[in-house]
Design a protein around this ligand. Sequence first.
Ligand code: FAD
Length: 468
Amino acid sequence: MPAILWLCRDFRFDDNAALSAACADGPVLPVFILDAATRAQGSASRWRLGRALAAFDAAWAARTGGHITVLEGEAADLLPALATRLGATSIHQNDWPAPAQQRVQAALSDALGGGPVRLHLHPGHLLIHPSRIRTGAGGSYKVYTPFARAVRQAGPDRPLAPPGQLTALPAIGDLRAGTLNLAPDMYRGAAVLAEHALPAGEAAAFGRLEDFLDCVRDYPSHRDRPDIDATSGLSEHLALGEISPRRIWATASLRGEVEPSLAAGSEKFLSEVLWREFAWHLLLAFPQMPEAPWRQEWAAFPWAGESPAATAWARAETGIALVDAGLREMRVTGRMHNRVRMVVASWLTKHLLTDWRIGLHHFADSLTDWDPAANAMNWQWVAGCGPDASPFFRIFNPEKQAASFDPDSRYRDHWLQGEGARAYVSTLPASWNSPARWTSADTAPLLAEGRNRALAALERFNRAADRL
Ligand code: FAD
């Protein structure tokens, strides 16, 4: 019996439970639906999604001679009729448990009703099915360390091999994945993004993992250095499902076991992969996490809204070198080093006392590795309102951070004066009226005033809530 493989965030052959199940049913029609939820996504991640789709379409063509079917509209309107037309009784999808996608899945289930066609959701976006990780009281974890321990104890699910037998059905319609531009309204920098992009697709993800593991020994000591290419660079691949976390876990664990000199590095790397898992665990427990503070009392914190200072932050014009360098890196490449993300987010929420959601939306629009769970958890972590967050009074000093983690100023120079700066300027719309050259602010008073203002705001907030 033919089956529909409904693609979402699973652009791979390896460890793809939905694909394996569809193949077991019979010939497969892979379908991607350009729906309202996809169109509502941020520009850079939509652009990257288009590349993932094109790469998977090319891999599908190489393996089967066919193409992915791309449809525009809503799954609930399109898939029941498509299944009837094909004579299919099963629609398979790897579950991407983002709230927007869960609504789309629920609408499709309603439309299918009790009829002959069934929607099957398969795990694969996470290491372990969330229902297996529960506290002693049966709830979800709120603190990373016991959560990570529980996942390690339970042992991540084993990855599946790619399906051996695959018979593809011919694509339907005229839309072709390889030529789709999913972010036509994107800022001028789309061409610049393309120039600075990491290769997309499953083969690139596997190559990247192997290359990274060869050097994983240096990861613990270098991972906080934005001036050194020492992290895996796998976040885009993970966000798009071009490689599964279970495959990463199995491969990195094995390398650590057979090469003892790599064990500590691989262990540290896997503990970061567990932060991603934790973020999804939190989002599933609290789907409002991108919109509302986890700790409810923080709803009353007097964050500032949109302001000239917040606009200058988004435009990388704060005059603080590490902050502006990071924001420029993100505009040009769609990526930003994790250490710099923390510093940039801290500057917005602490020194500028600006609502973390303004920063979250800017990141969601600008990151090619945008992940609704990781983005929300980390913004709440920096702002101090998340469940296992850095306390608000911990305020990053960007100058000290720069001295520690970019000691020779290579990263800052690249983005503020060097080739990176030229690439950045080429992305700017005329309406921004940005200065041609980056200028430093008089940093000392800005640092001190911002810090004092943040601490005073915290004190007033605590006093008002009678928490002192
Ligand atoms: P590596 O250091 O090689 O880590 C391996 C993998 O572990 C990453 O690919 C990622 O999947 C996971 N990981 C590492 N650090 C974290 C973390 N702090 N939280 C969750 N998972 C982590 N990551 C995203 O993937 N998407 C986002 O939208 C996102 N938004 C962020 C927003 C803020 C304010 C901050 C501070 C961090 C955010 N991160 C986000 C987390 C982190 O910055 C990136 O995952 C990391 O920089 C990706 O680079 P890498 O793949 O080389 O990481």
